[in-house]
Design a protein around this ligand. Sequence first.
Ligand code: FEO
Length: 398
Amino acid sequence: MYTSKRIKGDIYYVGVNDRKTERFENMWPIPRGVSYNSYLIMDEKVALIDTVEISFVEQYLKKIETVLKGRSIDYLVVDHIEPDHGGSIRMIKNRFPDITIVGNKKTFDMLDGFFSMECNKLEIKEGDSLTLGKNELQFYTAPMVHWPEVMVTYNATEKVLFSADAFGTWGTLDGGIFDTDINLDHIWDEMRRYYSNIVGKYGNPVQKALSKLSGLDIEVICSTHGPIWTTDIPKVVGKYDTWSKYEPEESGVVIAYGSMYGNTEEMAETIANAISENGVKNIVMHDVSKSHASYIISDIWKYNGLIIGSPTYSNQLFPLVQALLDKIKIRGVKQRVFSYFGSYAWSGATHKYFQQFAEEMKWDVVGIPVEEKLRMNDEKLQECLSLGAAMAEKIKSV
Ligand code: FEO
């Protein structure tokens, strides 16, 4: 039998852990799994906040029943309908047919599209309230803090914010659910990887949401993924503020490269050595054929320096390097201290594409980019060393 945890007052955790799925959104590796968080408020009226991914509905219903103890659910608040949270809406409606679904206009547009089902609806607008008895819920829209219909629910009685994806992270809740009960060492990197890959494109909407929420007195944040935040709220909000402004957290250099036969990799190693010789300790190297792009993107969010290398491949960039550039572009990453290098066998094309990329990103290029033919020689060695030295000098000054 499942046990449930009380969060505060009448609020209970009824979420589930997913240790089965290999890739979130069928793209992003989640070696530490993910939790789909859902919450019950047991007042005169009972409200459920969000649901879980459909594969876990049986376990989910058992958890809910444990808390309900024979009562029914009056309201289902849909803060975010993406199927990792909205997936069990139909099953909840089937189990509690009189339930009223609470959402905004965009929620119901999507609800109709996903489920085409008849149900009681309560359409709320910005700042509307719903009283459950003692607990008063207030609703604030947070469009594009991942999807357009996203809203957050503030329990003004208990000062608890149900924040949808905001402040979430990959990683299951292994026993404890509160930040105070969990060893968070691994969480911060996973949280950045989650943010930068899933929400990273939406920096401006996140800034708007942070500004809107700054007026609320918040003691607990209940996200749809990861720990319940209490004592670490200032740290978590601070990280979201930094990340959504595209500000690096630390001085350091990411070197991401593609290499078929080791020649471009030799350039990467040489540049890395030069950066190190010039006093930089934070150097992270990624072979794009080995590292999943989500880890590279996360490191690009973290550090202020970025050097990308590629061989010329069919007169283009190495395809996995091009895919990385596309991901950076889509997310609109702001200025990084940037440079590049490349190699070719008979006709070089990398500089043209890297320069075009830098212009599109409105990034300045540091040092003199290097392009070599076939393999390293003394002249190219010196150019790689100079590029590394220029990068080291620059990142220390910004
Ligand atoms: Fe966790 Fe945007 O869904």
